[in-house]
Design a protein around this ligand. Structure first.
Ligand SMILES: Cc1cc2nc3c(=O)[nH]c(=O)nc-3n(C[C@H](O)[C@H](O)[C@H](O)COP(=O)(O)OP(=O)(O)OC[C@H]3O[C@@H](n4cnc5c(N)ncnc54)[C@H](O)[C@@H]3O)c2cc1C
Length: 484
């Protein structure tokens, strides 16, 4: 019998498994798909490699979750810092998210002049800094016991208590108090916020928004694809004698006396003293029983749905050197069957030969959509909707990047919530975690610790939410609780 079974080899599961194995716990890692990475995985067509969802790396400084993880595992993924970390194309403007704060303040004041613009962004940067310090210094969050609470009562945490009201204060309220609530600026912020908090300014809490709005200052591009750092983590896991089982989907988790039994589609039965699941809470309700199932049903009822994603991948034949690899493009008209007013475009690095041959680049486009738009349709209607959305996005792409209009596009493929459900088994293709709002903020998220001994949760539907740095933080916190 192993010490731990980790379910799911996306970033959350791989982080948890590799750290536990490194710390001396015998661990099995079970993955349904034939490839690792989940929402940060890839697919290949001949000499081209396409990221399927996530494209930007962040949180890699030594004090941040991925930085800490890489140090502990002693790995050095090939990451290129991108500056401007993102360019926003909106109403004919190009807003550059420069890494240096002074340059960013100058840029935003140029495009959206406002008396208190500096004040707003300085608060964003201050909250972002305090939040990262708090996260770095405290792993027993959210507190689940008296000893957890006591561990937070440290002198160094006192000055961070000021952050708490910011979980209940919306970005819009802040904008109104500063006289910055113009339609144009709010619209600009709404689309930035949707990427990370999955909410708009009227609902998004200032604290989580600060982390999301500051993130484009620190974006990194992993050479070879988003899955590459995860592959290095996995190599360490195997080197330390951890076992990975691919194409082995978990279909039931049963609690026995003092251990857990896990059954899979291959008919295998795995046993361990404990389980760490990275599956979405809705999936957990389907593979558990008894009291454990009741727990996940109640969590699913509290969080009835989550967003979905529409993606468009293609390769282009072009040698044009662009000023950034990451763009948010505001569309001129609403995107058919999608919720956002913008889409995110990521290019492969011009020198990245692992993703495209010389003279070509791969492109990943993603935007938010309601999963209900895509599920349960006839094949014909589904196909027709997919084509309409793809055609619209590709035309907007051509309009936004006139320098690439002549470039030949190949392997153009669309992904919908149906695609995500098929490849990642995430119920209804819900991706990107549960939206953060002032009514349902970090404090109300499903915790990593469950009421059941040695059953822990990681992944983007539990604390602290979506994004690779967040799910890795959840995994590190669980590993710290286990290893004491
Ligand atoms: C379009 C899109 C763009 C994004 N962009 C970014 C970005 O640029 N930067 C960023 O940081 N984040 C981004 N995100 C969010 C980020 O990708 C996710 O929050 C994160 O990757 C989730 O990791 P996870 O391990 O929690 O879940 P997943 O990546 O979903 O991994 C779960 C794994 O579990 C496996 N699995 C499912 N069911 C079973 C089962 N029964 N048995 C065994 N295995 C199972 C799945 O196959 C999968 O591999 C994006 C997400 C999307 C969808």
């Amino acid at each position: 019998m192993k010490d731990w079974i980790v379910i799911g080899a996306g970033y959350a599961g791989i982080a948890a498994a590799s750290v536990l194995q490194k710390r001396g716990f015998e661990t099995d890692l079970l993955e349904a798909h034939s490839l690792i990475g989940g929402c940060a995985s890839y697919f290949k067509r001949k000499n081209f490699l396409f990221d399927v969802g996530a494209t930007t790396f962040s949180g890699v400084l030594a004090s941040q979750p991925l930085g800490r993880l890489f140090l502990e595992l002693d790995i050095k993924p090939q990451l290129r810092k991108i500056d401007p970390g993102m360019i926003i194309k909106i109403s004919g403007k190009q807003v550059m998210r420069y890494s240096k704060q002074e340059s960013w303040l100058e840029e935003i004041n140029f495009h959206f002049p406002g008396k208190n613009m500096d004040k707003f962004w300085k608060k964003i940067f201050r909250l972002d800094k305090i939040a990262w310090e708090f996260i770095e210094q405290n792993s027993k969050i959210p507190p689940r016991s008296i000893s957890d609470f006591l561990s937070l009562l440290k002198l160094r945490n006192l000055n961070k208590i000021q952050m708490l009201p910011e979980l209940f204060r919306s970005v819009l309220r802040e904008l109104k108090s500063l006289g910055l609530e113009s339609f144009e600026f709010k619209n600009f912020l709404d689309e930035q916020l949707l990427i990370t908090t999955q909410s708009r300014a009227d609902e998004a809490p200032m604290l989580t928004s600060a982390l999301g709005l500051a993130y484009p200052a620190e974006t990194y591009y992993p050479i070879g694809g988003m899955y590459k750092p995860a592959e290095l983590m996995l190599a360490k896991f195997k080197e330390e004698k951890g076992d990975l089982f691919l194409k082995d989907r978990v279909i039931s988790i049963i609690r026995k006396t003092g251990f857990y039994e896990v059954s899979t589609t291959k008919g295998n039965i795995y046993t361990a003293k404990g389980i760490i699941s990275s599956l979405p809470i809705w999936n957990m309700a389907e593979i558990t029983e008894g009291e454990i199932q009741k727990y996940f049903i109640s969590k699913s009822k509290k969080n009835i749905s989550a967003p979905g994603a529409f993606t468009q991948n293609f390769a282009i034949e072009s040698n044009v050197d662009l000023p950034s690899l990451y763009y948010q493009v505001h569309s001129r008209n609403p995107i058919p069957y999608c919720e956002a007013g913008a889409f995110f475009v990521s290019f492969s690095h011009i020198e990245d030969r692992e993703k495209a041959p010389e003279g070509f680049r791969t492109v990943t486009i993603s935007t938010h959509t309601k999963t209900s738009e895509w599920l349960g349709l006839s094949k014909e209607i589904y196909q027709a909707k997919k084509e309409i959305t793809a055609k619209f996005i590709l035309a907007e792409f051509d309009f936004a990047f006139p320098e690439l209009q002549a470039a030949n596009k190949i392997y153009s493929l669309s992904g919908t919530p149906d695609t995500f459900e098929f490849y990642t088994h995430r119920k209804n293709g819900y991706v990107g975690g549960i939206p953060h709002s002032i009514h349902s903020n970090l404090l109300f998220m499903t915790p990593n610790v469950t009421p059941f001994k040695n059953l822990f949760l990681v992944g983007d539907t539990v604390f602290p939410g979506q994004g690779i740095p967040a799910v890795v933080l959840g995994a590190l916190n669980v590993a710290d609780r286990i290893s004491g």
